[in-house]
Design a protein around this ligand. Sequence first.
Ligand code: GLC
Length: 749
Amino acid sequence: MPDRFLIFLLAALIATAQVHAPPPVKGPWMDKALSPDRRAELVVEQMTLGEKLQLVHGIGMLGGRELDAESRELLTSRSNGGAGFVPGIPRLGLPDLNMADSAVGVGHAAARSRYSTALPNTLALAASWDPQLAREYGSLIGRELRDQGYNMSLAGGVNLMREPRNGRNFEYLGEDPILAGRMVGQIIRGIQSQRVMGHIKHLALNDQETGRHIANVKLDKRSMRETDLLAFEIGIKEGDPSAVLCSYNRINGEYACENRWLLTDLLKNTWGFKGFVISDWFANYSATKAALAGLDQELPGPGYFGSELRQALESGAVPMARLDDMVKRIVRAEFAAGIVDDPPVHRVVDVVRGFEVAQKVAEQSMVLLKNSGSLPFNSAALKSIAVIGMHADAGVLSGSGSGQVDPMGGNAVATPPPVTNPGSPQTEGEAIWGNVWVWHRSNPLKAIRARAPAAKVQFHDGSDKAAAAALAKSSDVAVVFAVQLAGEGFDTSLTLPYDQDALIKSVAAANPRTVVVLENGNPVAMPWINDVSAVLEAWYPGIRGAEAIAGILFGDISPSGKLPASFPRNESDLPRAAIVPVPDGRLPNPLAGIGGKLVPGAQIEPFDIDYSEKLEVGYKWFEAHDKQALFPFGHGLSYTSFAYSDVKATADGVTFTLRNVGKRAGTEIAQIYAGLPAVAGEPPRRLVGWEKVTLSPGETKTLTVRIDRQFLAIFNEAMDAWELIPGDYRFSVGGSSANATQFATVAIQ
Ligand code: GLC
């Protein structure tokens, strides 16, 4: 073909493409030099009422009974396939909002044959106590959201672990508000650094799954502000999320999404939150009340913020100014996040980068709970290794529900165990939530074989305890992989399911050099703890979990994780021996399917969850009541050991000397706890700071940890303000809440 013709053809193609590409929107609000606030004001002035109303709710979910034809078409043709979709306004240059769950990686990938990195779960990340790593974790998720065409993340779950059996603990960050708040803040900052909108959830006190739609949580304001809400306050201050998601439950009688004190007085006025509040999916129950309380966008669909909100505006029940504020908050966040000026462009996900980050997080999050000498293995000396346990020859377990990542290549376990986990109380009616127990294709048996090529490594799935014990007996060491299933819509239990406790006991009886590796998303009881030689808490370790486990077992990596939650000995040591159940006869989830409207006549009166332990969450409960946890908050062993000395404290910080007194390099997370003056009426101690440091053998370092004054304050409900109580503050420093044995006292006026 003559060149001239080719050139003509090319020119014609380019011209055609330009004709079809939408013309760049012109308007003062597109001026990047203006502030997001100013740009929002300018663009809202241009909007019709219909356009404003379009932005304050999603259009529903495929499969929803109440989906009209237009919404179905939009969801099918324009949505990116994530959990939430809000059509934009092309004439004003405002993009569709494509939201995806992404707690431990971008969800819903399988539906469009995409790939997402399955990171270790966030409770595991919390065990690294590493804010910089949390930011890297968030950055990876934000990058993959953009690569897949999403512009809003639904990661950022930070509900406090008041209930160790909460099915969603795996996707939160533990029991301490300062650790959880700082870590979630960095996850959000990381996500938003990739120019997608981030958010934080579930505000507030949605701390168990059982009956989450109809629970009414009772807790005084001081306790809320110093525990669950402190995690949100820190997370919002450090993360500056675009959005906050309000939860299903009631708080002291008011639904979270209709709770004016929570959403407007506290979040928007006291904390100065400038973003927008979205409902959890079907967590909105009204038009006027919710709009006036401070809800800005209803998801997934127009349950109430469609025609009912329009009527409320026309009647004046909801002032037009409130609608303008709702819309301004939404579009302001879009300008601030960069999704208007720099919309995502589809790109192949960087799988290798994902593997690197996943493995790094797994290695830094695993917690060596016990080690009486078996670890690290010496691959040259080991002749035979028994690898025992459910699916340890196939993959590593992950948590389920909206915090799940679709597995690369499909579930590594073709027929996963039944959805009903016999060890845990089910949330009636939500057991069909569709949770599937997914093992990711990171293979512990293979990873161990790769690290011990000269050893005979044999596998038994543990279904026959006697046979598993016989294999252990004939091997130098036995490694038992034990799993605890957890997920959204369920709560779980402290007891390992499927009779794994008995399996561990019989293997340990056959071989004293038995090492247990736990794959779980919440604390578990260990009746066999005295029978085994070592226990490694691997959590849900993600797509490179097996490699990280092998690396630690064979000593390539010295474990450095510390528990972000107390491991109780048993249920009777907890504030509530059993999870607060849904009373008989009540519908745990009164919503009709996808429409989001209540089932006419459904039983929706709430049941109470009274957090009578108040301030005493986790280790604070154990210490206040002289109970010994099986493994305390902040506990974690290394392959070396550390000595603390010369602790000095001032009102601004604590200085101490740390020495590596072992034979190999290691990383210590040195923790600082404060005991407030007795008159403060607080639990014995609280975490107020920490420092993570790596030292070579014999190395000594003097460290100073600055203490944020707010972390020493109490919340004075009468003054509605934080207050620093004058008196003596006793700081303790150490490698866990239970062995912070170096003290220094400071008088603070
Ligand atoms: C779910 C969860 C929430 C999730 C949302 C979208 O019910 O509570 O965490 O982001 O709906 O899937």
